[in-house]
Structure formats: structure tokens, C-alpha cells
Design a protein around this ligand. Sequence first.
Ligand code: NDP
Ligand code: 2IT
Length: 449
Amino acid sequence: MSDMKQYVEDVLALVKQRDPDQPEFYNTVREVLGSIIPFLEKNPQYKAAKMLERMVEPERIVTFRVVWQDDNNETHINRGYRVQMNSAIGPYKGGLRFHPSVNLSILKFLAFEQVFKNSLTSLPIGGGKGGSDFDPKGKSDNEVMRFCQAFMTELYRHIGPHVDVPAGDIGVGGREIGYLFGQYKRIRDAYDSAVLTGKGLTYGGSLTRTEATGYGLLYFVKNMLDDKGDTLQGKTVVVSGAGNVAIYAIQKAQEFGAKVVTCSDSNGYVYDSEGIDLAAVKKIKEVNRGRISEYVKYRPNAEYHEGCRGVWGVKCDIALPCATQSEIDLDSAKLLIANGCKVVAEGANMPSTLEAIEYYLQSKILFGPAKAANAGGVAVSALEMSQNSERLSWTFEEVDERLKGIMANIYRNAKKNAEEYGDPDNLVMGANIAGFKKVAEAMLAQGMV
Ligand code: NDP
Ligand code: 2IT
């Protein structure tokens, strides 16, 4: 085994030994470190500086009690978290997730991914992630508001425009960011616009932020296809999820001339052979906060299927997982490719298992890994911070143009590094090396950090 391969194995063993109960975190560390060995071999200074051991250890983690009352005056206790993973290139930046499955393993995996994703955007943002095991489903607006206020009453002391800037993720959208921002402002008694991103347009939000992750994903796919002389026109696309990322991915895919035939939530998926009616999905999910099963009321010819895994059995040219982690395992990956799928690009974070990713790479399909393909959301978050700093708002077109430029740049950077390190179509390796380089260089320059 080469020296650097051994080094990576040793660090992985250390991660497992320290936190044996954190499989999601371990898997993402394995994905990243396992793919940058050729870079480490050319740059032995990083082993000498124990850079990998440093990077797998979060700079700081806070966990806290969140106590709130529901509409029947019953008291509930949830757990809040913020993982401040790496601040080498800027203040910690990354979303908040409110979902019953949230735990430290999931937040550490998301924060670790975020470090390299944020580096890839070429904007000055470090990496973090946070959230709570609170479940917003079925809660009234007032209950969500009280929860957000209680959550921020503790979180405020750990964040700030130059310290740590949270945003949305699963279960945290414009409504939650509004309540969180209001409470932060009340406690600090100052208008620190750039303490949160994804804000509403009346109080410092950026045009295009709502659309940015989904649009960015499609800009990334367009770049991958352009390189092969192909386009989205007439392609059949399978999308999972029906939240923020999925909705705007569907919208842009349709604008590019593709036919999107599915979307889903955690209960099941819909198949609409004539193409998804986005207005219906928006009404169900954005306006009514309902279930995707209601789609068939709007489109009687569509089919609803219980269970979300079946979505990967739908024949398509392009698959865009946009719901959650580990949605596509090896069997689903095999099914997709057996049915003719030629492109997988990840809107969600780590939606494909490591075995599924291995299979995509072996099968030589085009694969856009999450940290590159879904970086548009956090990139526009950083642009929101810029606009807040200069106390100006840019037009939709201006932000969208910048987003296109950033996604093209991420694609080129990942591709260039994949070529340079000898595996030209492996964007997993290319994106990881490109993201890692900048963070490692910044850490080395800053001494013992
Ligand atoms: P939303 O909360 O808006 O939507 C999440 C969607 O995924 C819902 O349709 C939800 O269904 C479904 N979902 C959630 N958990 C599960 C599960 N365990 N199994 C199946 N479906 C599930 O979140 P976003 O759209 O913001 O986030 C989706 C993914 O994109 C996440 O992986 C997130 O980390 C990632 N991401 C988000 C960014 C952003 O800017 N928002 C940026 C980059 C990545 P249900 O309603 O049933 O829960
Ligand atoms: O996973 C992600 O990149 C996000 N949820 C967006 C983070 C952000 O700070 O905008």
C-alpha cells in the first residue's frame, strides 16, 4: 500500500475509533479522503502537517436544549446543534435542518461536505451545519414560530455575520428563517442582515436564492452535457423530493426542454407521463404544505405510488435525487443504469451511497457529485451576504448570471483536476481535490489551526 493510501486508512481508522456511532460522518470522510490520494502523493506537506487529522475534527460543536410550548400549552424539549467544522477560508456557513432524524453524525457529515462545497464556490465561506430533531410537519405557524424563537435564544451567542451564518436546509425555508431572524434581531438589538441567508425579499434576502440550488443543479448538468456535445432538450428526467431543491430543479429542467416525469416525498412518488405540472406541485407543497399524493387530484392521469424507492425504477435519461441522504443504494443505481440512465446529478447531499457512486464511476455515466452540483444554493447565500454588506440588492438577472458563472466555474475546476490527476471523467475526485486544495493551503498558511 502506498504511503498516502496508508495515511488515509489510518485517519479513517481514527475517525471510526473516536466516533464508532457516526456512520454518515464516516462515510463522507471516506468518500472525500479516499479520492484525494493522488493529490496527497504530490503534496506530502499535508501529511507532515497532519492536515487530514485536523480536518476531520470540527473546530467547535455546540448542542443545546430547546424548550417550547405547543398550541395546547404542552411543553416539548428538543435538541439543538451547530457544528462549526472549518473557518479557514471564511465564517462558518451552512444550513439548518429541522427533521426528526437529525443527530450529530448527520450534521457532521453535512458540515464536512459543506467545507469543500463552499471552497468550490470560490467565495470566502467556511463550513458548518446545524439544526434540531424538531419535526415541523403538522405544526401550526405559531408553534413553528415559538420553536424558532426558543432555538435562536440559545443559538444567537454562537453566530454572527463574521462568525457563522446559517441558512435553510430540510424543514427550514423562508418562514423559519424569518422567525429566526426576528428573534436574533430582538436579542442583539442590532440589524445584522448577514447573520442568516435565505431571508425574505423585504428584509435583506437575495433574489434568486429560493431558486438557486435547483437552478444551479441544472446549470451544472448543462455544463456536463455541453462538454459531450449534448443538451437537455427532449430528455426524460426523474426527480426525487418535492421541496425547495426539487421544485426549482424541475422548473429549470423544463425550461431547458426536458420532460420531468416524477417527484416524491417521504411517503411516495408520482409518475406523470405527460410531464410534471409544476404549478400543482407548488400549490401542494409551497402553499398548502400538503402531501405529494394529492397530485393526482390535479392530474387524474398521473399515478401515485406508495414508497419513495420505486422512483429509481422509472425509465429515464437523467436522474436528479433532490430529497435526502442515501436515497440511491447499489440496487437502485443498477436499476437506473439498466434502464438507460446516462446522467446522475445530486441536488440533495449524499443521496447516493458509496457503493452506488462506485457503480456510476465504473459504468462511465456522467456523475455530478453533490458538493459540486448543488453548490448553487450556498453560492447565492454568499452573494446575499455581499449584498447585505454593501446594503444594496442586485436584480434577479444579475444574481442568476453570477450563479451560472459560478456553476460553470465549479464544473471546469472539478474537470480540470480530474484530468490533471489522471481520471478525466471522475468528478468525485476532481471536485474533492479542487475543494480540498484551497482549504488545506489556507490552513497551512494560518499555522497551528
Ligand atoms: P425541503 O425540506 O424543502 O424538502 C425536502 C424534500 O425531501 C421533501 O419533499 C421531503 O418529503 C423529502 N424528504 C425529506 N426527508 C426524506 C426522507 N427521509 N425520505 C424521503 N424523502 C425525504 O428540503 P430541501 O429541498 O431544501 O433539501 C433537499 C436536499 O437538498 C437535502 O439533502 C438538503 O441537504 C439538500 N440541499 C439543500 C439546499 C438548499 O438550499 N435548500 C442546498 C444544497 C443542498 P417530506 O415532505 O415527506 O419530508
Ligand atoms: O447544503 C447546503 O448547501 C445548504 N443547505 C445551503 C447552505 C447555505 O448556507 O445556503
